[in-house]
Ligand binder design. Structure first.
Ligand code: XMP
Length: 503
C-alpha cells in the first residue's frame, strides 16, 4: 500500500484518488505521523502532500525525519517537496510573489519520474516558497521560467519531488507521474481493483459477524446499498436489511431498494404517519432536522423489537467521512449520516466495509456487484429527505407535489445524458402561492424551484448553465403534469453564498 501524509492541502484527497485510480491502495495519514507507525503498516511508498503553510512559519507542519531513513520511496508534492528540501539540507526561500496556475515545464534531464511526460508540458503550480538549491545528492529534473527546480530527485535514496500539482486535471501528463512513481520507481503491482476490494470486504464482514447475524439500515442511497450488497454476498440470509420509509424519499426509491434486495430479509418500516404527524406545522429547518433525527431513532427502536437481536450493524461510512473525523477506522455512528442518526446507546458492533473507499470506488464496487444503475449512480440526497426541500410546513400533499416535480427534473436530466456530469439536480417546493392562468382560468398554485449544481465534494458548488430548451421542457412538463404547480423558477446561486439545499 501507499501512505499519503497530509500537510493540509486542499488537494490531498485528490492525491489519494489518483493513487487509487492507478489501482493501488492508499491511506491518508496526518503529516506528523510517527515513522514507527508508518513502518508498522509496511507501505511500499510514501507521498508527501502539498499544504498551505510555509516551512519557515512557526508551527508549520513538519514530519518525522526518521521517515527518510525507512528505505521507502518518497514522493514530495509542492509543500511536500519544500519540506523534503528543507529537512534534507537544501535551500528553500520565501517567494517574492505567488506562482499560481498554468505554467510550461521543461525537462533538464531524463528521469524515470518524468518518463513519458511531454517536454515541454503544461503543469499547474500553486506555491509561495520555492526550492532554490536541492539537498546534497539530488539532481534537478525540470524547470519552469519562474521555478528553477520544478522537479528533483535523489534516485539512490529513492526520494522524488515535484513543485507542481500532478494530481490536478489541468496538469498535462500528471497521472503519468503517479504511475511512474508507483509502478516503475516503487515497483508496486496495481491490484486495487473492484474484485479484490469485494473479496477483502466480504472476508472482513464474515470475520466480524462470525456465526451471528447482522443488520443494515438502508437509506435509499448508494453507500448503504453497496454496503448491503457486500453484506449480502458475505452472510446471505443472516443479514436483515431495514428501510425506514419516512415518506420523504424520492419517487421510486423504496421500490428500487426492494427490487435490489428482494432475495434477503428486507423489512420496510412504514413510519410515514409518525413522521408527518411530528413534522406538522413546523417551518424551522433545524427543527425539521431534529424531529426527523428523533423519529428515525424511534422507528429504529421499533425495528429492534421487530427483528430481535443482531450482533453487528453494517454501516456505509465512506473514506472521506473517516478522514474528516480524523479517525482511522473510526467506529462511531455519525449523527449526520444518511441513515439519519441512529441511537447512540445501541449495543451493536459496527462494521464499515466501505470505510476505505472513495465515492467513485463505492460506485465501481456497486456496479461489479450487479446493483442497478439507477441505484449505483444516484446523486447525493440529504438524510432528512424531501422535508428540507419544502420551504415551509411539510405535509403529505406537498411532498406528493414535490416528488412528482422532482421526478420530472431528474428524468429530463437523465434523458439529456447529464445525470452523471451534474452533482445534483432536483426540485424544491416553496410553500407560497402565486397567480397564473391556464386555459381561460385563473390559477393560484405553488412555485417549483429547479436547482442543478456542479461540485466536486458538495463544499463549494456552481449552478449549471443548463440549456434553455431543457429548462423549458422541464418547466412545461412540471406545470402541465403536476397538479397544484403553476410556476417554475431556476436557481442561479452558487455556493457560497447559497447552499446547495434550500434548508
Ligand atoms: P448544503 O445544502 O449544505 O449541502 O450546501 C451540501 C451537501 O450535503 C447534502 N446535505 C445533507 N446530507 N444529511 C445528509 O446526509 C443532511 O441533513 C444534509 N443536508 C445537506 C446536500 O444534499 C449536498 O449534497
Amino acid at each position: 500500500s501507499v501512505i499519503v501524509l497530509d500537510f493540509g492541502a486542499q488537494y490531498n484527497q485528490l492525491i489519494a484518488r489518483r493513487v487509487r485510480e492507478a489501482d493501488v491502495f492508499c491511506e491518508v495519514l496526518p503529516g506528523d505521523t510517527k515513522a514507527s507507525v508508518i513502518q508498522d503498516r509496511a507501505p511500499r511508498a510514501v507521498v508527501l502532500s502539498g499544504g498551505p503553510a510555509s516551512v519557515f512559519e512557526p508551527g508549520a507542519p513538519g514530519m518525522d525525519p526518521e521517515i527518510f531513513s525507512l528505505g521507502i520511496p518518497v514522493l514530495g508534492i509542492c509543500y511536500g517537496m519544500q519540506l523534503m528540501a528543507h529537512m534534507l539540507g537544501g535551500r528553500v526561500v520565501a517567494a517574492q510573489g505567488r506562482e499560481y496556475g498554468r505554467t510550461l515545464m521543461h525537462k533538464t534531464q531524463d528521469s524515470p519520474l518524468l518518463a513519458g511526460v511531454a517536454d515541454p508540458s503544461t503543469v499547474w503550480m500553486s506555491h509561495g516558497d520555492q526550492v532554490m538549491a536541492p539537498p546534497p545528492g539530488f539532481a534537478v529534473l525540470a524547470e519552469t521560467s519562474n521555478t528553477p527546480i520544478a522537479a528533483m530527485a535523489d534516485p539512490n535514496r529513492n526520494f522524488w519531488a515535484v513543485q507542481y500539482h500532478p494530481e490536478v486535471h489541468h496538469t498535462e501528463d500528471g497521472f503519468k507521474v503517479f504511475t511512474n512513481f508507483l509502478y516503475q520507481i516503487a515497483g508496486i503491482t496495481p491490484d486495487w481493483k473492484p474484485d479484490n476490494v469485494i473479496a477483502s470486504a466480504v472476508e472482513e464482514i464474515r470475520q466480524a459477524v462470525g456465526d451471528g447475524r447482522a443488520l443494515i439500515a438502508l437509506s435509499g442511497g448508494v453507500d448503504s446499498a453497496v454496503a448491503g450488497a457486500l453484506a449480502k454476498e458475505a452472510i446471505g440470509s443472516r443479514l436483515t436489511a431495514v428501510l425506514i420509509d419516512h415518506g420523504l424519499l424520492r419517487a421510486g426509491e423504496v421500490e428500487e431498494v426492494q427490487a435490489a434486495f428482494r432475495d434477503i430479509d428486507l423489512q420496510v418500516v412504514d413510519a410515514k404517519a409518525e413522521f408527518f404527524s411530528a413534522l406538522g406545522g413546523v417551518t424551522d429547518p433545524e427543527q425539521k432536522r431534529k424531529i426527523i433525527g428523533r423519529e428515525f431513532i424511534r422507528a429504529f427502536e421499533r425495528v429492534q423489537s421487530l427483528v430481535g437481536t443482531r450482533e453487528v450493524l453494517i454501516q456505509g461510512t465512506v473514506y472521506p467521512d473517516v478522514i474528516e473525523s480524523g479517525g482511522r477506522g473510526a467506529h462511531t455512528i455519525k449523527s449526520h449520516h444518511n441513515v439519519g442518526g441512529l441511537p447512540e446507546d445501541i449495543a451493536f458492533r459496527v462494521v464499515e466495509p466501505l470505510r476505505w473507499l472513495f465515492k467513485d470506488e463505492v460506485r465501481r464496487v456497486g456496479e461489479a456487484l450487479g446493483l442497478p444503475e439507477a441505484l449505483v449512480w444516484r446523486q447525493p440526497f440529504p438524510g432528512p429527505g424531501l422535508a428540507v426541500r419544502i420551504v415551509g410546513t411539510v405535509d403529505e400533499e406537498k411532498v406528493g407535489v414535490l416528488r412528482q416535480a422532482d421526478a420530472i427534473v431528474r428524468e429530463e436530466i437523465y434523458r439529456a445524458g447529464l445525470d452523471r456530469a451534474i452533482w445534483q439536480a432536483f426540485a424544491v417546493l416553496l410553500d407560497i402561492r402565486s397567480v397564473g392562468v391556464m386555459g381561460d382560468a385563473r390559477t393560484y398554485g405553488y412555485p417549483i424551484v429547479i436547482r442543478a449544481v456542479e461540485s466536486l465534494d458538495g463544499m463549494t458548488a456552481d449552478w449549471v448553465r443548463l440549456d434553455h430548451n431543457l429548462l423549458d421542457r422541464m418547466a412545461s412538463r412540471i406545470v402541465g403534469e403536476v397538479a397544484g404547480v403553476n410556476r417554475v423558477v431556476y436557481d442561479i446561486t452558487s455556493k457560497p453564498p447559497g447552499t446547495i439545499e434550500w434548508e
